[in-house]
Ligand binder design. Structure first.
Ligand code: EZ4
Ligand code: CO
Length: 402
C-alpha cells in the first residue's frame, strides 16, 4: 500500500485543530493530530510544504522507517513544529495499518493489558468552596481522580481557573492576554486548598495539581513538603524542566509524586529526569512527542525506572490525540493515568470518536484503526481564528512563565 498524498485540514470548531489526512492507493486513509496550540499554521505549512512531497509513493506500512525519515531528514532535530508534524503522520500511519488489517490500533501495540485507563479531569473555582463543589460533582460522575486548582487572593486571573467555563483558555485573543502572577500569594493558598479538600472528601479520590512551570526548585520543594499529608497523585510542572537537573533539588526535599512533560518533544527532553528517577509521571502526548512511535519509545525507556505515563489531554489537542493515547493506554503496562478535558460539542461533531468513559475509566473502543472519523464538510465551515495562549507578568512588570 502506497501513500498517495498528505492533506492538511485546519478547522476551528470551538478552537483550532490541525489534522493530517494521509491517503493511500488502496482507498484507505488515516488521521493524525498536528495541533500546536497558538502556533497552528506553522505545523500546517511544515506538513504541506515539507512533509507531503517527501512521503508520496512511500510504503504506508513502513511506520518506523517513515518516523525515522521525518526526524533525520529535518537535520534540525526535534523542536515542537517538526515533532507535531512527525507525530501527525505517525498517528495516521497507525490508523491506516489498523484499518487495513481490520483491528483497533491497541492490538498492533501488543493487545490489552488493562480493562480501562483511569482518567482525571479538572475541578476549579476562584474560591476554595467553589472548587470543592466542582470536585464533588466530578466524584458523583464517577471520576476516581481529579485535578484541583483555585484562585489566588489578589489575582484576577489564574491558570486553570476559568471565570466563565464556556470560554476556552487562550481562545479568541488577537494578542496574548496578560495575567499577573504572585508566587508568594500562591504558596499561601495552595496548601489550604488541599487541606480543605481532604477534610471534605477524605482519601478515596486521587487529587492532582498543576503548578504550570512557575516555581523555583526551592519553592517547589517547600510546596511539595507542605502537600505530603494530603497525598497527591501528582504535583505537575512545579519547575520548568529545560534544566532537568533542577529536579534533583525538588526531589531531595519532598516525597509528593512529581509529573512533568506536556511540552516534551522527545526522550531527550526527559532522559535525565527518568534515568535518575527524579519524576514519577511523564506527561508527553502523542501529538507533541512523536506520535505513538515516540510515546512508546519514552514509555519503554521509563519502565525499568518505575516512571509511568500520564499523557497530556487538554482540550487543545484534537480527539485524534485522545484516541491515540487510549490505544496506547490499554496496551502499555506503565501507563498511570490519562488527562481528560472535554472538547466543545462542535469539535465532537467534526471529529466523531468511538472512545468511551465509564465509571472513571476511558476505553478506545473496538473500531479498526484509531476509531476517529473526520467530517471534512463540517470542518470546512469552521474557519481558523488566530489565538494566543496567555502570558503572565510579575508585580514588577517582568514576564514570567504562564
Ligand atoms: O496549559 O494545554 O495540564 N494541562 C495543561 C494545559 C496547558 C495547555 C497549553 O496549550 O497545563 O492546560
Ligand atoms: Co499541565
Amino acid at each position: 500500500m502506497k501513500i498517495t498524498d498528505v492533506r492538511v485540514v485546519v478547522t476551528n470548531p470551538g478552537r483550532n485543530f490541525v489534522t493530517a489526512v494521509v491517503e493511500t492507493d488502496e482507498g484507505i486513509s488515516g488521521l493524525g493530530d498536528a495541533t500546536l496550540n497558538g502556533r497552528e499554521l506553522s505545523v500546517a505549512a511544515y506538513l504541506s510544504e515539507h512533509i507531503a512531497p517527501m512521503l508520496r509513493g512511500r510504503d504506508a506500512f513502513a511506520i518506523e522507517d517513515t518516523w525515522q525519515l521525518m526526524a533525520r531528514s529535518s537535520y534540525w532535530r526535534r523542536g515542537p513544529v517538526q515533532t507535531a508534524a512527525q507525530s501527525a503522520i505517525d498517528m495516521a500511519l497507525w490508523d491506516i495499518k489498523g484499518k487495513a488489517l481490520g483491528v483497533p490500533v491497541y492490538q498492533l501495540l501488543g493487545g490489552r493489558c488493562r480493562t480501562g485507563v483511569m482518567a482525571y479531569t479538572h475541578a476549579s473555582g476562584f474560591e476554595i468552596s467553589e472548587a470543592l463543589d466542582e470536585l464533588n460533582g466530578f466524584i458523583e460522575q464517577g471520576y476516581k481522580a481529579v485535578r484541583l486548582q483555585c484562585g489566588v487572593p489578589g489575582l484576577p486571573d489564574v491558570y486553570g481557573v476559568d471565570r466563565d467555563t464556556s470560554v476556552q483558555p487562550g481562545a479568541g485573543f488577537e494578542r496574548p492576554y496578560e495575567e499577573t502572577w504572585d508566587t508568594s500569594a500562591y504558596l499561601g493558598i495552595a496548601p489550604k486548598l488541599f487541606e480543605a479538600a481532604r477534610d471534605a472528601i477524605g482519601f478515596g479520590t486521587h487529587l492532582l495539581h498543576d503548578v504550570h512551570h512557575r516555581l523555583t526548585p526551592a519553592e517547589a520543594g517547600w510546596l511539595g513538603k507542605r502537600l505530603e499529608d494530603f497525598r497527591l497523585f501528582w504535583l505537575e510542572d512545579a519547575v520548568p524542566s529545560e534544566n532537568q537537573a533542577a529536579y534533583r533539588i525538588v526531589r531531595q526535599h519532598t516525597t509528593t509524586p512529581l509529573a512533568v512533560g506536556e511540552v516534551f518533544n522527545s526522550l531527550a527532553d526527559c532522559e535525565l529526569l527518568i534515568r535518575e528517577q527524579l519524576i514519577d509521571y511523564v506527561r508527553a502526548a502523542a501529538v507533541h512527542a512523536g506520535g505513538l512511535t515516540g510515546l512508546r519509545k519514552i514509555a519503554a525507556f521509563a519502565e525499568p525506572y518505575l516512571v509511568r505515563t500520564g499523557c497530556h489531554g487538554a482540550a487543545d489537542m484534537s480527539p485524534i490525540t485522545m484516541s491515540a493515547a487510549l490505544h496506547f493506554g490499554v496496551s502499555t503496562h506503565n501507563v498511570g493515568i490519562q488527562e481528560r478535558a472535554l472538547h466543545p460539542d462542535a469539535a465532537n461533531e467534526v471529529f466523531r470518536s468511538t472512545y468511551t468513559f465509564t465509571d472513571g475509566y476511558l476505553d478506545p473502543g473496538e473500531a479498526p484503526g484509531l476509531g476517529i472519523e473526520l467530517d471534512e464538510d463540517l470542518a470546512a465551515r469552521y474557519e481558523f481564528e488566530r489565538s494566543y495562549l496567555p502570558v503572565a507578568r510579575l508585580r514588577d512588570g517582568s514576564l514570567t512563565n504562564w
